[in-house]
Design a protein around this ligand. Structure first.
Ligand code: 1HN
Length: 347
């Protein structure tokens, strides 16, 4: 316990703080508790975007601006605790991107790493460093830092996907660079499927080696394969806290596909309830199949297909599946793990 401080001393301290403030000085003892909390404190709020609520707004953007004019026609999912910061968590960005038939989102590259999760419509492609891939619902596609990428829609339906980027992380380091491509659509120099055949089929080019911080050359993780794996492991024992959950990897290293973003897929059988679980990586979830609810701290949200929700850092999560459910999720876990910061608690 500290001795009581007289009003005179308090007044003297206040004046002292004002004097040193002019010299860009501030007393640590007034902020120490907030700087070094006993357990994580976050402005990030639990949040839910129901696809049924936002789909019309996304389509309306398609009548207001072209993909070419916008460069990327995206509605940013801003965490309600971080409005104005283009952030879904402190380290990550999320957005819903629309590309209409015949449109092109022009080629560019940047130091921010991106993932896409295809939600709605068929017929679009994305090209990454000279190879195109056709986008199907549930596909998880990456564009690692500084890779050229452009998108197009050769079909007859609007296509919508979720973009996940490490924008706030790169902004934190003030390490952002970007370049526009010479042409809107980059020339392709390999056939579709080349990267998957070369790097993503339990084999690698004989002289190919990577360190754990290098992103994978596999830039498409087809949902059909993810689904097959989740159903395959569902014959085995279930993790009471996670259901049947797998992480996406760079098959050449075992590390995450990109160094700054971890991605996961999990299956919960109808009626399954996870035990309470918390971890330090704030996580964005997308419901790909099924329907259920997420109890996040003292809030419960109901989700169905294509809904997106956020679980803030160190918030206790319980998932309940109403029907067989598949969830995709992404977070900054790989960063926290290499820095020795990551913790989880299975309660
Ligand atoms: C970006 O390059 C894409 O390539 C989407 O589709 C969203 C948000 C901020 C910065 C770059 C894309 C983005 C982005």
């Amino acid at each position: 316990m500290h001795a009581a401080v007289s009003n005179d001393v308090l007044e003297e301290r206040k004046q002292y703080y004002q004097r040193i403030d002019n010299y860009n000085l501030t007393p640590l003892w007034e902020v120490l508790g907030a700087l070094v909390p006993k357990a994580p404190v976050t402005p990030v709020a639990p949040a839910l975007w129901r696809y049924a609520d936002v789909r019309d707004f996304v389509m309306e953007a398609g009548r207001l601006i072209t993909a070419g004019e916008a460069e990327r026609r995206v509605l940013v999912l801003e965490n309600p605790g971080l409005r104005g910061q283009s952030s879904v968590t402190q380290s990550l960005y999320a957005g819903l991107q629309l590309i209409l038939p015949g449109e092109v989102a022009p080629a560019h590259r940047h130091t921010q790493s991106a993932l896409r999760l295809v939600l709605d419509g068929e017929g679009a492609y994305t090209a990454v460093d000279g190879e195109r891939t056709t986008m199907h619902r549930g596909d998880f596609i990456i564009t690692p830092a500084w890779t050229w990428h452009d998108h197009g829609n050769l079909g007859d339906q609007p296509v919508v996907w979720l973009d996940g980027l490490d924008i706030p992380t790169v902004r934190f380091f003030d390490a952002g660079f970007a370049e526009h491509g010479a042409s809107a659509s980059q020339a392709t120099c390999r056939d579709e499927g080349d990267a998957l055949a070369r790097y993503g089929n339990n084999m690698l080019p004989v002289d190919f080696h990577q360190t754990s911080s290098e992103p994978t050359k596999v830039f498409i993780y087809p949902f059909a394969k993810t689904r097959e794996s989740l159903l395959g492991i569902s014959k085995g024992t279930v993790d009471p806290h996670l259901g049947y959950k797998l992480r996406f990897v760079n098959p050449a290293t075992g590390a995450s596909p990109m160094p700054t973003i971890g991605a996961f897929a999990q299956r919960l059988e109808a009626g399954f309830e996870t035990r309470p679980y918390r971890c330090t990586d704030g996580t964005v979830y997308v419901c790909l199949e099924g329907e259920g609810s997420a109890e996040i701290g003292d809030q419960t949200i109901d989700f169905i297909q294509n809904d997106v929700f956020v679980v803030p850092p160190w918030h206790t999560l319980r998932l309940r599946a109403k029907h067989d459910t598949i969830l995709f999720s992404y977070s900054d876990r790989p960063i926290q793990q290499v820095l020795g910061l990551w913790r989880e608690e299975k309660i």
